[in-house]
Unconditional design. Structure first.
Length: 295
C-alpha cells in the first residue's frame, strides 16, 4: 500500500520512534493517521494496547498531551477536560482513544452517558476484535468463529454492532474507517473535527499478534475487510446513513470478494467449520441490511 497524505507531512509526528507497538500494528497506523488530522489534541486512553506501547518512563512516544485512565473512566475524564478547556477559551480537541474493552464492553456505560449529554468529544475505537492487551480474550467485537484464549473452539455469538448502538444516542456524527483506506480515514477525522458534540469513529485495525497474521499484510487485511463486506464503510449524520464512496459497491453481495479470502490469511480462523463460515456470512448480510434501513 502506497498512500501519501501531504497534510500529515506538515504536522509534527504524533507517534515517536521507540514505542513498543508490535510489528505491523494496526492501532499505531490508525493512531498516527487520526491524531495527525486534529488541532491541538488532548488524548484520554483507557486500559488497552495504546496505554502500554508508549514506552517506559521517563520516555514517552506519544507526542501529544495524554491521560491514561481506568477502563470505565475515559468519557468522564474527557468530559471534564473538554468543559474546562471551553471555560478557559482554549482551542483544543478532546479525544477518547479506546480499544474494544473501553467501547464495546467495559466502558460502554460511561461513554453512553457522555453521548447522551452530547459532550464535545471525539471518541475513537480502534477495533481489533478482542482484548489484545491482556492476552487475546474474546470481546463484544469478536466475530463468530474466531479463536481467542477464552474461545478456543471459536466464538459462538455474533459481534455487536457498536455503530448502531451509538446511532441510538442521536449524536451528530458517526463514521467507520479502515487502515486499508487511510485517505478515507483522514478525511473523516477532519470532518469530525469541524463538528460540535459527541462524535464517534470506529476504525478497523488488524492485530497480527492476536490474529496470527503476517505483519506485512496488515493494510491488505484492512482492504479485504471492506472488499469482503466484513467491515462496511459509512457515515451517519443527524441519523441519516450514507455509505462511503470506497465501500458502497460492496452493499451488493455480488461485488464482494469471498469471505474465505479474508479468513484464510488469519490463524484465528484456521479451525472454522463450513457451518461457522455460513453463520458469519449471514451475520455480515444482516448487518448490511440493518444499516441500509438507516439510509
Amino acid at each position: 500500500m502506497n498512500v501519501k497524505i501531504p497534510e500529515m507531512m506538515d504536522r509534527p509526528e504524533v507517534l515517536l520512534r521507540g514505542n513498543f507497538a508490535c510489528a505491523g500494528c494496526g492501532l499505531s497506523i490508525a493512531y498516527k493517521t487520526s491524531i495527525s488530522a486534529l488541532n491541538r489534541p488532548i488524548v484520554v486512553i483507557p486500559a488497552c494496547c495504546s496505554s502500554v506501547i508508549q514506552s517506559l518512563h521517563p520516555n514517552v512516544a506519544y507526542n501529544v498531551p495524554t491521560l491514561n485512565i481506568a477502563f470505565a473512566a475515559h468519557a468522564s475524564a474527557a468530559s471534564g477536560i473538554a468543559r474546562a478547556k471551553k471555560m478557559r477559551g482554549e482551542d483544543t480537541t478532546t479525544v477518547v482513544w479506546s480499544g474494544d474493552g473501553g467501547t464495546y464492553d467495559i466502558g460502554l456505560s460511561t461513554w453512553s452517558g457522555a453521548a447522551e449529554r452530547n459532550e464535545n468529544i471525539i471518541h475513537f475505537c480502534y477495533d481489533n476484535n478482542f482484548y489484545s492487551n491482556t492476552g487475546a480474550q474474546r470481546s463484544g467485537a469478536t466475530p463468530r468463529g474466531a479463536v481467542t484464549t477464552t474461545t478456543p473452539r471459536g466464538k459462538r455469538e455474533k459481534r455487536k454492532s457498536i455503530a448502531r448502538i451509538m446511532a441510538a444516542h442521536d449524536i451528530p456524527y458517526i463514521a467507520t474507517a479502515s487502515i486499508g483506506y487511510l485517505r478515507d480515514l483522514y478525511t473523516k477525522v477532519k470532518k469530525a473535527s469541524m463538528i460540535e458534540g459527541y462524535r464517534f469513529i470506529l476504525i478497523d485495525a488488524p492485530c497480527p499478534t492476536g490474529w496470527n497474521s503476517d505483519p506485512a499484510i496488515t493494510p491488505e487485511l484492512g482492504e479485504l475487510s471492506v472488499k469482503t463486506g466484513y467491515f462496511p464503510l459509512f457515515e451517519i449524520e443527524e441519523g441519516k446513513l450514507t455509505f462511503s464512496k470506497r465501500g458502497i459497491r460492496y452493499k451488493d453481495p455480488i461485488n464482494r470478494l469471498s469471505i474465505e479470502k479474508y479468513l484464510e490469511k488469519q490463524g484465528r480462523f484456521k479451525s472454522m467449520t463450513s457451518e461457522q463460515t455460513k453463520l458469519l456470512t449471514d451475520d455480515l448480510q444482516y448487518e448490511w441490511d440493518m444499516l441500509s434501513k438507516l439510509e
